[in-house]
Ligand binder design. Structure first.
Ligand SMILES: C[S@@+](CC[C@H](N)C(=O)[O-])C[C@H]1O[C@@H](n2cnc3c(N)ncnc32)[C@H](O)[C@@H]1O
Length: 355
């Protein structure tokens, strides 16, 4: 623990925006996620949005990652006047969101400097940032912290800027940690990546800094345990691997095991029983099919809805493969529900004001 610091009061302070850094902007426009994220749901939004409940009270996302669904709901105006709870267990991610929310100007200043360096020395700069600055600073922070929450709470604007920089210039925008917890993504191949988009960062800071939005570092059980009747809970956990070799579950050094998938199923069923409306994305691995077809899952009114994978909707029958994604939900889709989202799309979009 850091000398002379009370992590709880520090956390409390950091959850309360200290500096309002949002600059007035003349236009309103949709806000994109801040980061690219493995398993990000941007591509799946047209399908996923068909499963959003037409009405709900709070919006809760226990595995927020880049928050593709959160930003989609926000941009469509469906989150207006609703309480929003965004959580993840990755302290770098949450630390970065807190820094952007509360200290956007400092993040931008550090990111601008990194962008200048990268223009001069490209990948050499990437590896220098990754190996000589980002990883050592994170390691030092972790060594001094008593709890991952303290790592997130003590994340500096410089670390947040480095995370955004590595995300924009690294291979596929991955955030991947090795077993020792070091970020190990190689450089990407970009000619002129957009590293510092100030307007975008301010728009994200504004979206996350609204008083009805809470971002916390918490494991999914805690987040789901807090859900109640009328809430819309969207769960996008690390997918269960379809084969022994296909796993990508390294968002955190610990990974996400079959036992975690089972604990999630239990927490989802409990949330459904309390009256929350839950949507879960996952792979079509046998363990997931089994988990959500148990008697308990059926009693919780959970239904499995296969999502046609790109190759499964190939016009050539011979090129069609198995479905590899599932949407699991207790949201009843009446004829009216399937019409309403289309009506919403047909209306001019309610944009989120960025000032
Ligand atoms: C598939 S990604 C979510 C992607 C997100 N929907 C998006 O659009 O970017 C899964 C997320 O779950 C988080 N995660 C892993 N284990 C977790 C746990 N036990 N509790 C909460 N979040 C966890 C990871 O850090 C990662 O951000």
């Amino acid at each position: 623990m850091l000398k002379g610091s009370d992590p709880n009061s520090l956390l409390h302070d950091l959850k309360t925006p200290i500096i309002k850094t949002v600059q007035p902007q003349a236009t309103v426009s949709p806000v994109k996620p801040l980061l690219k994220w493995a398993g990000g749901k941007r591509q799946l939004l047209p399908v996923l949005s068909e499963h959003y409940p037409p009405t709900f009270s709070r919006y809760i996302e226990p595995f927020v990652g880049s928050g593709a669904v959160f930003f989609d709901l926000l941009n469509s105006g469906r989150l207006a006047r609703r309480e929003i709870v965004l959580c993840d267990v990755n302290p770098d991610l949450i630390g970065c969101y807190w820094s952007v929310r509360d200290r956007a100007d400092e993040v931008i200043r550090a990111l601008r400097a990194l962008a200048r360096e990268y223009r001069k020395s490209g990948n050499e700069c990437y590896y220098d940032v990754r190996d000589r600055r980002f990883n050592p600073e994170r390691a030092e922070l972790q060594a001094r912290a008593a709890h991952p929450k303290e790592v997130a709470a003590r994340y500096t604007p410089e670390l947040a800027a480095m995370l955004i920089f590595l995300n924009r210039t690294g291979f596929n925008g991955l955030f991947r940690l090795n077993r020792r917890g070091a970020f190990n993504v190689p450089a990407g191949r970009y000619t002129e990546p957009r590293i510092c988009d100030e307007r975008h960062i301010h728009a994200v800071a504004f979206a996350l800094g609204q008083p009805h939005v809470t971002i916390t570092l918490s494991p999914f059980e805690e987040t789901l345990a807090d859900s109640r009747r009328g809430d819309f809970v969207y769960c996008d956990p690390p997918y269960a691997p379809l084969s022994r070799t296909s796993s990508f579950a390294h968002y955190t050094a610990g990974g996400f095991s079959s036992f975690d998938q089972w604990r999630l199923q239990q927490a989802v069923i409990a949330a459904c029983k309390r009256g929350a409306r839950v949507v879960v994305s996952n792979s079509s691995a046998a363990e997931i099919m089994r988990a959500y077809t148990t008697l308990d899952a059926q009693k919780a009114l959970l239904e499995i809805r296969p999502v046609p994978a790109r190759r499964a909707i190939n016009s050539r029958a011979s090129a069609r493969g198995p479905v590899d994604e599932l949407i699991i939900s207790n949201v009843k889709r009446t004829a009216l529900d399937t019409i309403r989202p289309r009506m919403l799309r047909a209306r001019p979009k309610q944009r989120v004001k960025t000032a």
